[in-house]
Design a protein around this ligand. Structure first.
Ligand SMILES: Cc1cc2nc3c(=O)[nH]c(=O)nc-3n(C[C@H](O)[C@H](O)[C@H](O)COP(=O)(O)O)c2cc1C
Length: 388
């Protein structure tokens, strides 16, 4: 079962917390802090993007599981409920989609295996079930759970009202200010939610709006690193225009977000109930090659224009090798949402294979690791690396 139960509502997952309790986890992974990120050193360049870490309980769990860059799910300045159930469905993608060959629609699927090939759709609408009075102290709690060598990003979004750009931008600034006040080490501006009203979800496609919001937030949060979360852009010139508009004010780019696509059931009918829900965001395996293509082009543009922002690659990371592939392409960090949701041991497997961290346990406790619900894979990885 995934850590986030897709058969239940978002509210249920929020209220009940992750399906694995961090208190019962028999180990913590603590690496050596060696990767510089804005004045601090991180133990690794692996992390979780906005979406999976609904509050401090999720941050605590995944920080123990070896993910060192942790993003608090997008918050708002006000409460907002999620779209009607269901919010997440598995979808069929036998192969990752290629640039220039993205299908028009995708079918739902019942198959859960193998988890290294899972694709999903999510349609939540960037809900915020906590008001700032609740999420602000929870961010402080989240920070206390971090181990040395870890970093907390807080993702924020402005709430669009009546197509009024100025008030939308002011709300973005307010959300960022509240997150900064709460102790966010890095602020992420969500410019790309595929399930939001047009104004909120497509800012990354409107360079002049993106630049205005980023500039206003920069003035508000001063020296705090600012990231923007963007969706897939297929044309280089459009990507170049966005980068040129925001490059002065940003510290990094996170991408790609889920890809908006028509989702149908096995009979070809709209899969998710309700108006405006014929299309929703696709994540996981289907995105793997699109995200790589995107990272490659982002790295090339950064080099060509001598930009100095960091690149946080996201999309279709479901195996330890996937993390490494993105880092090898030149990304500064690699983050997994769908993969980490279905395989909580993903970072642990990476570390055992690529970074051999000192597990924070004496050898006899390695037996305890094997008692966890993801034991069989762990046992294999430990054996392969002569750690058993
Ligand atoms: C259930 C779910 C919720 C998400 N919520 C957010 C969100 O609140 N803010 C955001 O910027 N991205 C959100 N995302 C998008 C992810 O951060 C990520 O960009 C996308 O899923 C692609 O990565 P993946 O293939 O590793 O899942 C969400 C994704 C999923 C699956």
């Amino acid at each position: 079962m995934p850590v986030y139960d897709i058969k239940k509502t978002f509210k249920y997952n929020f209220e009940h917390g992750p399906s694995i309790s961090s208190e019962t986890l028999p180990f913590k992974i603590i690496g050596q802090a060696k990767y510089p990120f804005w004045g601090k050193k991180l133990s690794s360049r692996l992390g979780i993007p906005a979406g999976l870490l609904l509050d401090s309980r999720w941050i605590r769990l995944y920080s123990q599981l070896g993910f060192d860059i942790l993003t608090y799910k997008t918050v708002r300045t006000r409460l907002q409920t999620e779209h009607p159930y269901p919010n997440c469905l598995l979808v069929e993608a036998t192969k990752p989609w290629l640039p220039g060959a993205i299908p028009d629609s995708v079918k739902t699927s019942k198959s859960y295996t193998p988890i290294t090939k899972i694709s999903m759709t999510n349609s939540l609408g960037v809900p915020d079930l906590q008001s700032p009075e609740v999420w602000q102290p929870d961010i402080a709690i989240s920070k206390n759970y971090l181990q040395p060598g870890q970093m907390l990003i807080v993702s924020v979004v402005g709430t669009a009202e009546n197509n009024h750009f100025d008030s939308f931008m002011q709300d973005f600034v307010r959300a960022a200010a509240l997150a900064a006040e709460a102790g966010a080490e890095v602020i992420e501006l969500n410019f790309s939610c595929p399930n939001s009203p047009v104004e909120e979800g497509h800012i990354y496609e409107a360079p002049e709006f993106a630049a205005q919001i980023t500039r206003a937030v920069r003035q508000q949060v001063k020296d705090l690193p600012i990231l923007i979360k963007i969706g897939y852009i297929s044309e280089d010139n459009r990507l170049a225009r966005l980068l040129s508009a925001v490059s002065k004010d940003i510290s990094g780019i996170v991408g790609i977000n889920s890809l908006k696509l028509r989702v149908v059931d096995q009979k070809g009918r709209q899969a998710l109930p309700g108006a405006d829900r014929s299309k929703s965001g696709i994540s996981g395996y289907a995105l793997k090659y699109l995200a790589r293509d995107f990272t490659r082009r982002l790295v090339a543009l950064r080099e060509k224009e001598h930009y100095d922002f960091k690149i946080f690659a996201v999309g279709g990371i479901l195996t330890p090798q996937d993390f490494q592939d993105f880092l090898d392409l030149g990304a500064d960090a690699a983050l997994s949402c769908t993969g980490a949701m279905w395989d909580p041991a993903l970072a642990l497997k990476y570390h055992l294979h690529y970074s051999f961290p000192a597990l924070n346990d004496p050898p006899k406790k390695k037996k305890a690791i094997m008692k966890t619900e993801f034991s069989s894979n762990i046992e294999h990885v430990l054996k392969v690396n002569n750690l058993l």
